[in-house]
Design a protein around this ligand. Structure first.
Ligand code: D41
Length: 779
C-alpha cells in the first residue's frame, strides 16, 4: 500500500513538470503560447504543492527551480574549454566586400559563398554547458579565456531550457549565445525602478549586464532577459552536421531559442540585401541590434579558414553606423518660429552620427538646458535614430573646460531685436515682434502656402527661403507679384515648374474664406475656428472691422482667442499685408452675408456677459441677472436710461443696488463705448443677414444635451436627428445649453439643467418637436 501511495505523486510531478516545460518552451522559445497564463499558473501551483510534500522528488530541471537561489559572495571563475572568440568588424560595404573576397581567395572558390546572416544582438555573450541534456553551467564570456560562473542567474531565464528537449541528448554540448533585454521589458523595468526610487538603466544592454551580474539570482529572476543561441562550441556523443545553419536547426530542436531572422545568404548581394532589410526593420524588432554577423555556412570551410589572433576568418560583424556620438557644443543659436516661440539649437563640432554628418541638434528649451546642466564648450552626447532630428542627450562632465559658458535666454529677439517675453505659466519664450519679425515673416509665408492653408502647389519651404533670401518677397502679399522669370532658376526650378507655380498662385486667389483666415497665421486660430469665423460673419471685411465683443459670440471662441483675433486686425502692419493681398486680386470665397443664427446671438444679454468675461468690473452681478436685464431692455440705450434712473425694477426683479454696480461697470474704462460699438455693428450685420424662417437648419448654433433612457429611439439616433437640424449635441449641461431632452431615470444632468434654468423636455415632447420639423420616427 505504502509504495502505491508514493508512486502517484511521483507520476503527477513528472507529468506536471513535462507539461509546464512544454508550455514554457512554446511561450518563451517559440513565441507561440499554447495555454492561457491562468492554466499555467494553476499547474505551477499544483507542482509547488506536491514538491513541498515530497522534497525528495524535486529535480533541478523543475520549473519551480528558476526563481533564484541564495545570494553568492562572489562568482566562481570559469575557464572556457574552447576560447570564446571575438569578431572582426566591417564598418562599410567595401570592408564587407573585402571580407568576402578574402574568404573566396583562401577557399579558392569562384562562385558565391553561402553565409548565415544573423542580426547582431546587442547584449552579453554567454556560454551554456549541457551534460546528458541537463544544464550544468552558465558562464559569461569574460576575456574569452576565463569568465564568471553565472549558473544560478541563467537558470532564471525562461528561454534557457533546464533540460534539452528530445530523447537522445548529446553527452556534452556547449552552446553560446547572447542574453538581451527586450525593449518592452526594459521600459517596464525602468518604470519599476523609478517608482521604487532605484537606479534606472541607460539602455537595454546595461540593464541586461547589470541583471546578469547580480550575486543575488532572485533579483535576476525578476528581470525580463532572453537568451538567443548563435553557435555550438563543443559537441560530444554525436556527429556534427555539415553546416552552421544545420547546427542552428539542431539547437532549435533541443529547445533553445534561435533568432527567427537568421537566414542563409548566397553571395555578397544577398548579404547586403539582408543588412539593408534588417536595418530598416531595426526599430520594430523589439530588441537592440547593432549590426549583422555573417558566418561561412559550411563547417568544413570554417575549419579550413581557421583563425587570426582570436577572431575567426570565417565570420565578420557588419556594424550599423553608431546612433550616439560625442562632440563639442560650440554655441547655442535661438531660432524663432512662426508664432515667435524661441527654440535653442545646439551648434556642434560636426560629427558622423548614424551615417550622416550632424552639426545642429535640438536642445528643446531653456528648462531642458538647465536640467541637463549644459554649457557652451561642453562635450555632449548626440543621439540620432532613423529620420528624427538629432538631440543632445547629456553632457560629459569630466570633459568640461574651465571656461565653459552658461547658456541664457536672450532678452531680445535675435532676428528683429524685439523684446522676448516668457509666459508666466510655461517654458515657451516668445518674440513680441509679430509680423515685423523677419523670422516670423518667413515662417508666416511657409504657413500661408502650406497644404491646409492656401495650398500653393510647388511653393515649398526651401523655395520660400530662396525667395526671401533673394529679396523677391517680404510678405505673403508679394507672392502675387511674382513673375515666372523671377522664380525660374531658383531652387532647381525649371521654366515649366516656374509657370506651374504662377498658375498655382493664381488658383489660390479663390480659396474659401476659412482657409484664407487660417492662412493668415493668426495666433490661436486653427482650421476649426477659422471656419466658424467665416461661417458667422460671411465675409472678410465684416471680420476685419468687427469689434472685440462680436468675436466672443462665435461658437467656441473664448476671451483669449477673441483678443488674439482683434489684436491681429488692429495691427497696422497686418492690415497692410491684407490690403496688399486684396489689391493683388486675392478674393476669398464666402457666403457674402452673416449667418442668421450668428446674428440672432448678437443680443444685449450676450454682449453684457461677454464683457464680463473680458473683465468689465461687475463683481456681484451674475450672468443670469445680466441676461434678465438684456432680455428685458433689449437695447443699450434703454438699459442705460434705467441704470441712470437708479431705481430697482419691479418687472425684472433686479435690485437698485445691482443696477448701481452695473452703472459702475459701464463707467469703467471704455466698456460703455465697447458695448455701443458692438450693438451698432451687430445692427449692421443683422441688416445683411438672410431673413429667418425657412431655415433648413433651425437649430444652428444651439447645443442640446441628451440624458436618461429614451424608449422610441436610441441616443445616437436622437443625436443624428438633432445634428441634421443644425444642433450640436454635448455631454454636459452648462449655462449655454439650449435644451435638455430628459428620458427615463435621468439623473444629475437633469438636476443641473434645472438648477441652471435650462429648458427641459421629455421624450414625448421631443418626438413631437421632431415631427414638427419633418422628422417622423418609425414604429
Ligand atoms: O548576435 C551576436 N551578438 C553574435 C555574437 C552572433 N550572432 N554571433 C556571434 N558569433 C561569434 C562567433 C563567430 C565567434 C561564434 C557572436 C560572437 N561570436 C561574439 N559575441 C561577442 C563576442 C563574439
Amino acid at each position: 500500500m505504502a509504495t502505491k501511495k508514493d508512486t502517484a505523486p511521483a507520476e503527477e510531478i513528472r507529468t506536471l513538470r513535462d507539461q509546464l516545460n512544454d508550455w514554457s518552451h512554446r511561450y518563451y522559445v517559440l513565441d507561440d503560447p499554447s495555454v492561457p497564463d491562468a492554466e499555467y499558473d494553476r499547474a505551477f501551483r499544483r507542482l509547488e504543492e506536491l514538491e513541498a510534500e515530497h522534497p525528495d522528488l524535486v529535480t533541478s530541471d523543475s520549473p519551480t527551480q528558476r526563481v533564484g537561489d541564495r545570494p553568492l559572495d562572489a562568482f566562481d571563475e570559469v575557464r572556457h574549454d574552447v576560447p570564446m572568440l571575438s569578431l572582426g568588424n566591417a564598418f562599410d560595404e567595401q570592408e564587407l566586400r573585402d571580407f568576402d573576397q578574402r574568404v573566396r581567395e583562401r577557399l579558392d572558390v569562384d562562385g558565391p559563398v553561402a553565409y548565415v546572416a544573423e542580426p547582431k544582438l546587442d547584449g552579453l555573450a554567454v556560454s551554456l554547458l549541457y551534460e546528458n541534456g541537463e544544464l550544468v553551467r552558465g558562464a559569461t564570456r569574460g576575456d574569452g579565456e576565463t569568465g564568471e560562473d553565472i549558473t544560478a542567474n541563467v537558470r532564471t531565464i525562461r528561454s534557457v531550457p533546464l533540460h534539452l528537449r528530445g530523447k537522445n541528448p548529446p553527452a556534452r554540448m556547449e552552446v553560446r549565445g547572447e542574453v538581451v533585454m527586450p525593449h518592452e521589458g526594459f521600459a517596464r523595468l525602468n518604470k519599476r525602478q523609478q517608482e521604487a526610487d532605484q537606479k534606472t538603466f541607460a539602455n537595454p544592454r546595461n540593464a541586461a549586464a547589470g541583471s546578469l551580474r547580480q550575486l543575488d539570482s532572485r533579483i535576476t529572476a525578476q528581470r525580463p532577459l532572453e537568451f538567443y543561441a548563435y553557435s555550438v562550441a563543443q559537441l560530444d556523443g554525436e556527429d556534427w552536421p555539415d553546416t552552421h545553419s544545420g547546427m542552428l536547426d539542431r539547437v532549435r530542436d533541443w529547445g533553445l531559442r534561435v533568432n527567427k531572422e537568421v537566414k542563409v545568404c548566397k553571395g555578397l548581394d544577398a548579404m547586403l540585401a539582408f543588412y539593408e532589410d534588417i536595418m530598416a526593420r531595426r526599430v520594430d524588432l523589439g530588441y537592440d541590434i547593432d549590426g549583422v554577423v555573417y558566418k561561412v555556412d559550411r563547417l568544413d570551410w570554417q575549419r579550413d579558414l581557421g583563425f587570426v589572433s582570436r577572431a575567426p576568418r570565417w565570420a565578420v560583424a557588419h556594424k550599423f553606423p553608431a546612433q550616439e556620438e560625442i562632440t563639442v557644443l560650440n554655441e547655442v543659436d535661438w531660432q524663432v518660429g512662426r508664432t515667435g516661440a524661441l527654440t535653442p539649437v545646439a551648434k556642434l563640432e560636426p560629427v558622423q552620427v548614424g551615417g550622416v554628418t550632424v552639426s545642429n541638434a535640438t536642445l528643446h528649451n531653456i528648462d531642458e538646458i538647465r536640467r541637463l546642466d549644459i554649457r557652451v564648450g561642453d562635450s555632449v552626447v548626440i543621439y540620432r535614430a532613423g529620420d528624427v532630428i538629432p538631440k543632445v542627450v547629456r553632457t560629459v562632465p569630466e570633459r568640461r573646460p574651465d571656461n565653459a559658458g552658461e547658456i541664457n535666454l536672450p532678452t531680445e529677439c535675435p532676428v528683429c531685436g524685439s523684446e522676448i517675453l516668457r509666459a508666466d505659466d510655461g517654458v515657451v519664450a516668445r518674440c513680441t515682434g509679430g509680423l515685423i519679425c523677419g523670422a516670423q515673416q518667413r515662417e508666416a509665408i511657409k504657413h500661408f502656402a502650406s497644404r491646409r492653408a492656401m495650398d500653393i502647389d510647388g511653393l515649398g519651404d526651401k523655395l520660400v527661403d530662396a525667395l526671401v533670401d533673394q529679396g523677391l518677397i517680404k510678405t505673403v502679399a508679394d507672392l502675387y507679384d511674382l513673375k515666372a522669370e523671377d522664380v525660374a532658376g531658383l531652387e532647381r526650378m525649371g521654366e515649366k515648374s516656374a509657370a506651374n507655380l504662377i498658375d498655382a498662385l493664381e488658383a489660390s486667389k479663390k480659396m474659401p474664406l476659412s482657409r484664407f483666415l487660417f492662412a493668415l497665421g493668426i495666433l490661436q486660430i486653427g482650421e476649426e475656428t477659422a471656419k466658424a469665423l467665416a461661417e458667422a460673419f460671411g465675409d472678410l471685411e465684416s471680420i476685419r472691422r468687427a469689434p472685440l465683443l462680436l468675436f466672443l459670440q462665435v461658437p467656441d471662441v473664448g476671451g483669449e482667442v477673441a483678443r488674439a483675433i482683434a489684436a491681429f486686425f488692429a495691427e497696422e502692419h497686418n492690415e497692410k499685408v491684407i490690403d496688399g493681398l486684396l489689391a493683388a486680386g486675392v478674393e476669398p470665397q464666402s457666403n457674402g452675408a452673416p449667418s442668421r443664427r450668428f446674428v440672432d446671438t448678437l443680443t444685449l444679454a450676450n454682449f453684457l456677459s461677454s464683457a464680463k468675461t473680458l473683465g468689465m468690473p461687475l463683481s456681484g452681478v451674475g450672468t443670469k441677472t445680466l441676461e434678465t436685464l438684456g432680455r428685458h431692455y433689449r437695447h443699450l440705450d434703454a438699459l442705460v436710461r434705467a441704470v441712470d434712473a437708479g431705481e430697482g425694477d419691479a418687472d425684472t426683479g433686479v435690485k437698485a443696488a445691482t443696477l448701481e454696480k452695473l452703472k459702475e461697470g459701464l463707467g469703467a474704462d471704455d466698456w460703455l463705448e465697447c458695448l455701443w460699438t458692438a450693438e451698432e455693428y451687430a445692427a449692421g450685420l443683422a441688416a445683411k443677414a438672410p431673413a429667418g424662417g425657412a431655415d433648413e437648419r433651425p437649430l444652428e448654433g444651439q447645443t442640446w444635451v441628451l440624458t436618461g433612457t429614451l424608449a422610441r429611439l436610441t441616443r445616437s439616433e436622437a443625436k443624428e436627428h438633432l445634428e441634421a437640424l443644425g444642433a450640436k449635441v454635448a455631454g454636459t449641461v452648462s449655462g449655454k445649453t439650449a435644451r435638455v431632452v430628459a428620458g427615463e431615470s435621468a439623473g444629475s444632468k437633469l438636476d443641473k439643467a434645472r438648477s441652471l434654468d435650462v429648458d427641459v423636455i421629455d421624450e414625448e415632447e421631443f418626438i413631437g418637436f421632431l415631427a414638427e420639423h419633418g422628422i417622423k420616427l418609425e414604429d
